[in-house]
Design a protein around this ligand. Structure first.
Ligand code: ZN
Length: 856
């Protein structure tokens, strides 16, 4: 016997089926519901406890055969439960629990909530929809709201006749009622967790279903937006077919709807058969969208459909498993999008996601990927860069180390073995071990349960026939005010893959480095060496000056894009760790001047922007000139405008270089050209390609006067697509006019900005060096209002902005304020933002001195 766990329901009842009828009143923002739940009592009970929050249970009783046991109800708001006090003892066995209840359609973007939008005629329309993960089903109906309490669900919705209603199962009946409403009945689902239940009711229109190997697939959008659905439909059909084939298991639902919701706090949610999305992640005008915007939709659609098997069919036993659910779906999203559009080079672009993971995982406040989760609230902190980006990077490292076929065989074995069940993380490693015979569990444990990642130092012997590989924990150097802890020095199990080159070709060397140091003996001397073959290892590489120069000189001819990307990423990390000076980073960038890959350039431009932020004011012009000398020839080499033969990534690269030249290079000619293009776009949205149009908006916004700023605002309000709205609204944050920054901040608190977007927009303004102090003062003055108005999950995202603060005085103010105003829903994430801020402070203290020599 052990003490009952206060975070879990008493293990005395097992639901197996819910019969649910919900009646939303969109105008009054309320709903009523009735349910009949088949439940097995494992013991004789006087009380029955289940989850319910912000619900009034008006009536409840247990029934079997001709026996009825009435109940009175009390609530425990802190535990988010209702207790049914039974009028007499109910004997162990199977019963039906009947309950009637009422609730509010809230504005918090969780549970059963309301969302509004303005239709083409200018009228405000209302819809009701759900977001239940992690623990919000309890806000819509009384239930056993834990992932292991799987059951089948038969849903009915009573709705006004002119509204569309969808849920997880296919619609199987629609019955008109006398009062102008109708009762829509949906097919019973497979057994699944409560967090995957969904219903959506509103003025929506559905695309004609397309048949994907027997599964009807639709995209559903607010009325008037049907023309923005074809791309998602194409991506959805591809993903559904690709994934069923890859998993070798048929799609587990009976239909699939992808539904765009105007107010949505996450990117999307993998409700079985009824996936909900933020509009920018589903609706798009494919002819006027950037490559990145289209890719985002393909990614998110693939990610959610990947969950239909990994997450929905096989589900984590408890919330500690969220990381695996998300890391794996993120990995599958890359794999699927890479197959959907090979020309997008999805795995190369994944380098950027890996950089984001490295950036947090180099802090002493980083966390292990998996940690003990007692309450569901503990798990809310798991929806972060370490779960998605580091988790997916580690899965990718494993896949590449084992080989793609063996890895796939392991996943198939896992899903088949545990279909319709619940699992622990170790079940996955065991399944892959069974399929491959490799010690997967032991290797993965050192990545999953240990925070951080190693620095791999690679040195060659004089005769160039022996390579010594050493590991040590990697950490950024923070200002002492951060109080950063020293990293754990014990070695870990690192799959290191090296590649050496000679005149005759290249050789790959794989070692599982388990000690602090190992040597690799070669048959013949090598000319050059890559420390992280194809960039798949989740580690950083340190080289001598000569070793780096040797490989950088051959970058264009011998290295893959991800390997070149890795050179830049590693040198940037080493700069932040205070292991190299900025001059070495700039020298590397000069070696890469003829680079032609989009992702590599994006990283080069990203680190240049990082250097520019911490440069001295008197150094900016010299740095701008240096940037122009680097970027202008690369831009010239691409030609002035897209050609019919060029790839979408080349078109995007032209826009990236143009923006770098105009903004970091402060090139007057490019600024003037952007202003011309911005004017032309007002009359003709096709005046330039979509990627260039996107860059033009940011270039113009960065130097906007009041009239231009108001024009951006007007274009945001008039935008027809979610991408266009966000593009213009976001650019308002980029202005270098402090007065306009203040106006931008105030705008975030008005109805002109959706609550789902507000804090993300404010965060963006932090990235604008001129705006940082103004934005911070605004946050301090409006803290209570901001935290009350916006979804609580987005507050830690807002504070991500402090990572770029390099001024020690402002940093101290920020730290003092956050001491007084803790953010309980994101304590770990906020502590990481704080430490990263002190890394920037330390960087800002040493770079100007180094830069003077580097630019001389
Ligand atoms: Zn996901």
């Amino acid at each position: 016997m052990s003490a009952p766990d206060p975070n879990r329901l008493p293990p005395v009842a097992r639901p197996s089926h819910y019969d649910l009828e919900l009646v939303p009143d969109l105008d009054a923002a309320t709903f009523t519901g009735v349910e009949a739940v088949t439940v097995e009592l494992l013991d004789d009970l006087d009380d029955l406890v289940l989850h319910a929050l912000d619900l009034a249970v008006t009536e409840a009783w247990l029934e079997r055969d001709d026996q009825r046991v009435d109940a009175t109800v009390t609530y425990d708001t802190a535990a988010e439960t209702a207790t049914l006090h039974l009028a007499q003892t109910a004997a162990a066995g199977t019963w039906t629990l009947h309950a009637a209840f009422t609730g509010e359609l809230n504005d918090k973007l969780v549970g059963f909530y309301r969302s509004t939008f303005v239709d083409d005629a200018g009228a405000t329309r209302t819809l009701a929809c759900t977001q239940f993960e992690s623990t919000h089903a309890r806000r819509a109906f009384p239930c056993w709201d834990e992932p292991a309490a799987k059951a089948t669900f038969a849903v009915r919705l009573v709705v006004p006749d002119d509204l569309l209603a969808v849920s997880n199962g296919a619609e199987i009946a629609s019955e008109p009622l006398a009062d102008g409403r109708r009762r829509v009945t949906f097919a019973t689902t497979m057994v699944m967790s409560t967090y995957l239940v969904a219903f959506v009711v509103g003025p929506l229109e559905a695309s004609e279903p397309i048949d994907v190997d027997g599964v009807p697939l639709r995209v559903i959008a607010p009325v008037g937006k049907a023309d923005l659905t074809p791309f998602a439909l194409e991506a959805g059909a591809f993903s559904l077919r690709f994934l069923a084939d890859w998993y070798a298991i048929p799609y587990p639902g009976d239909k699939l709807d992808l539904v765009a919701i105007p107010d949505f706090s996450f990117g999307a949610m993998e409700n079985l058969g009824c996936v909900t999305f933020r509009e920018t992640a589903l609706l798009v005008d494919r002819d006027r969208a950037t490559q990145a915007e289209l890719q985002r939709i393909a990614d998110v659609v693939a990610h959610e459909i990947a969950h239909m098997w990994f997450g929905d069919l096989v589900t984590m036993n408890w919330w500690n498993g969220i990381w695996l659910n998300e890391a794996f779906a993120t990995f599958m999203e890359m794999l699927t999008t890479d197959a959907f559009r090979p020309e997008w080079q999805r795995w190369v672009d994944f380098g950027l996601a890996r950089s984001a993971a490295f950036d947090t995982d180099s802090l002493s406040t980083t966390r292990p990927i998996e940690y003990e989760v007692r309450s569901a609230a503990d798990a809310e902190g798991m929806f972060d860069v370490l779960t998605y980006e580091k988790g997916a990077s580690v899965v990718r490292m494993l896949q590449q180390y084992l080989g793609e076929d063996r890895f796939q065989a392991g996943i198939r074995h896992y899903l088949t073995t545990h279909a319709h069940g619940n699992t622990e993380t170790t079940d996955l490693w065991d399944a892959i071990e069974a399929a491959t015979g490799e010690p997967v569990r032991q290797t993965m444990d050192s990545w999953i349960f240990r925070p951080g990642h190693p620095l791999i130092s690679v040195t060659a012997a004089e005769d160039r026939r022996t390579i010594t590989v050493r590991q040590s924990p990697f950490a950024f150097h923070a200002d002492p005010a951060a109080g950063a802890a020293a990293p754990d020095p014990r070695p870990r199990s690192v799959p290191v893959v090296l590649r050496t080159g000679t005149g005759d070709g290249t050789t790959v060397h794989r070692i599982l480095l388990e000690e602090a140091e190992a040597t690799v003996a070669l048959d013949a001397p090598f000319d050059w060496l890559v420390g992280n073959h194809e960039g798949n290892g989740f580690y950083r590489v340190e080289r001598s000056d000569d070793g780096l120069a040797e490989v950088a000189a051959r970058a264009a001819t011998q290295l893959s894009p991800l390997e070149r990307y890795g050179l830049v990423e590693d040198q940037w990390g080493l700069l932040l760790a205070d292991r190299v000076e900025v001059g070495r980073l700039l020298a590397l960038l000069r070696h890469l001047a003829t680079e032609d890959d989009l992702s590599v350039w994006q990283r080069m431009v990203g680190v240049l922007g990082g250097v520019e932020r911490v440069a001295g004011d008197d150094q900016r012009e010299a740095l701008a000139a240096w940037t122009r000398a680097l970027v202008a020839p690369a831009l010239r080499a691409l030609g002035p405008a897209p050609t019919p033969e060029e790839s979408e990534r080349t078109t995007a690269l032209r826009a990236t270089l143009t923006e770098a030249l105009a903004r970091i290079g402060r090139d007057d000619e490019q600024l003037a050209l952007a202003r011309e293009r911005f004017a032309a776009l007002a009359d003709d949205p096709a005046a330039v390609d979509a990627d260039m149009a996107d860059a033009v908006v940011r270039i113009v916004a960065g130097r906007a006067d009041e009239a231009t700023w108001e024009e951006l605002r007007r274009r945001a309000s008039a935008a027809r697509t979610p991408q266009d709205r966000l593009r213009h609204q976001g650019a308002l944050a980029d202005t270098d006019d402090v007065e306009l920054v203040g106006r931008f901040c105030a705008l975030v608190l008005t109805d002109e900005v959706r609550t789902q977007d507000g804090l993300f927009l404010l965060r963006r303004a932090f990235g604008n060096r001129v705006a940082t102090a103004t934005v911070w003062r605004f946050i301090v003055e409006h803290w209570d209002e901001l935290t009350a108005r916006f979804p609580s999950a987005s507050v830690p995202r807002l504070l991500e902005g402090i990572r770029t603060i390099g001024d020690p005085v402002l940093a101290a103010e920020v730290a003092a304020f956050l001491d007084q105003h803790p953010v309980p829903q994101g304590a770990t994430v906020v502590s990481q933002h704080r430490e990263r801020m002190w890394v920037t402070v330390a960087l800002a203290a040493r770079v100007p001195g180094q830069l003077a020599a580097a630019l001389a």
